[in-house]
Design a protein around this ligand. Structure first.
Ligand code: UD1
Ligand code: UDP
Length: 373
């Protein structure tokens, strides 16, 4: 009888793919595991960008994405589709990451079959079920029955213990996003051609200070997005800065940003960048303006101040370390906080310290060892 553990890893969006490819690389190379990859296709284009650079070929692809999908229709498609694959595969472990609809449905479909779930990036909590929405509830659902919680930091492990999760199944592993960042940095160093797609915009903005921007949060749709666009417009009026904004494929983001920002000289609205190009953007920018979760972890690791356009964060470690600051989505506040970093050298220096509370780049190996126990 074989002692090989069959692992089905389930994911569907860009950030999950980025944070799981380091674990998949480890599982694929380790004879203790039979690694099977199930992608939901919740994101089509942005998922495929990551699969390609990371060299991951899924065994199953549900291709569930619909334009401007609603949460309930997406959830229904995910749950039934994932359940059917789990019935076929009969794994020893199901691995999910983070807090997306795919992660929640993957975990729930496993629970319905009494299969043990390993939750990667467990224990993040904002304490507010509408910020971020619906992610706070998605991760609490997964956390309520996971058999193994890979918490990135002591803070996230504490949150789980406070919810009475058995401490024996909570492990601080670091966040695999740092493994991913190390991997992509090494790839780009070996193959500089991987980031040549930014050369044109870099030349166009030579001599200006670059602000990297991303935005996609559901709770910011409407007024919040409009405020963000207006703040960018005001910042773009400065001659000394340029804003590079790879725009998320969600139509709710694209419509507003294209309408408000497409014609501005100091703004480059780009298609979503693949991971090498996004790492390059982080490298060349002076500061980052974002409502993303993953970017809040990557920017501090690279010593880039990050202003977070959210009311709360489930990643307090960057704020506590002084490399991240919550600025919400008020137009005046965003402009004021960006200008403070641009015009006050001491304020900039205080935030621009490379600090890495989220991991040491060895998280995937730790998680694999836990799965093998
Ligand atoms: C999802 C996750 C969110 C995560 C984010 C990362 C949920 C509920 N939301 O939000 O937690 O932070 O991904 O980016 O799980 N689209 C495309 N191509 C793509 C990707 C998206 O066209 O490659 C468009 C489609 O019209 C799609 C829409 O964006 O319907 C929304 O995608 P969806 O995955 O539902 O939500 P996100 O806002 O991307
Ligand atoms: N990212 C990318 N290309 C882009 C923007 C972001 O590769 O154009 C990467 C980024 O490095 C980070 C992840 O995507 O690892 C974050 O994804 P997103 O902001 O969509 O989701 P969140 O982290 O907020 O769930």
């Amino acid at each position: 009888m074989s002692n090989t553990r069959k692992i089905v890893t389930i994911f569907g969006t860009r950030p999950e793919a980025i944070k799981l490819f380091p674990l998949l690389h480890v599982l694929e190379a380790d004879p203790r595991f039979d690694s099977r990859v199930l992608v939901s296709g919740q994101h089509r284009g942005m998922l495929d960008q990551v699969l390609e650079i990371a060299g991951i070929t899924p065994h199953h692809d549900l291709d569930v994405m619909h334009p401007d999908q609603t949460l309930d229709a997406l959830t229904a498609r995910l749950l039934t589709g994932i359940g059917a694959v789990l019935d076929l595969e009969q794994p020893d472990w199901v691995v999910v990451q983070g807090d997306t609809a795919t992660a929640m449905c993957g975990a729930l479909a496993a629970y319905y079959r009494k299969l043990p779930v390993c939750h990667v990036e467990a224990g993040l909590r904002s304490g507010d079920v509408y910020h971020p929405w619906p992610e706070e509830v998605n991760r609490k659902v997964i956390g309520s029955f996971a058999a193994l919680h890979a918490a990135p930091t002591e803070t996230s492990a504490d949150a789980l213990r406070r919810e009475n999760v058995d401490p024996a199944i909570v492990h601080v592993t670091g966040n695999t996003v740092i493994d991913a960042l190390h991997w992509i940095t090494a790839r780009v160093a070996a193959e500089p051609g991987l980031v040549s797609g930014l050369s044109e915009v870099e030349a166009r903005f030579a001599g200006k200070r670059i602000i990297g921007v991303t935005s996609h949060r559901r709770e910011n749709f409407g007024v919040g997005m409009r405020n963000i666009a207006n703040a960018i417009k005001r910042l773009a009026a400065r001659e000394d800065v340029a804003l590079i904004f790879p725009v998320h494929l969600n139509p709710n983001v694209r419509a507003i940003m294209n309408e408000e920002l497409a014609a501005l000289d100091n703004v480059a609205l780009l298609e979503p960048l693949d991971y090498p190009h996004f790492a390059r953007l982080l490298d060349i920018c002076t500061l980052v303006l974002t409502d993303s979760g993953g970017v809040q972890e990557e920017a501090p690791a690279l010593g880039k101040p990050v202003l977070v356009m959210r009311e709360t964060t489930e990643r307090p470690e960057g704020v506590e370390a002084g490399t991240a600051k919550l600025v919400g989505t008020d137009e005046d506040t965003i402009v004021r906080e960006v200008e403070r970093l641009l015009d006050d050298d001491a304020a900039y220096a205080a935030m621009a310290k490379a600090h890495n509370p989220f991991g040491d780049g060895k998280s995937a190996a730790r998680i694999a060892d836990l799965l093998a126990r």
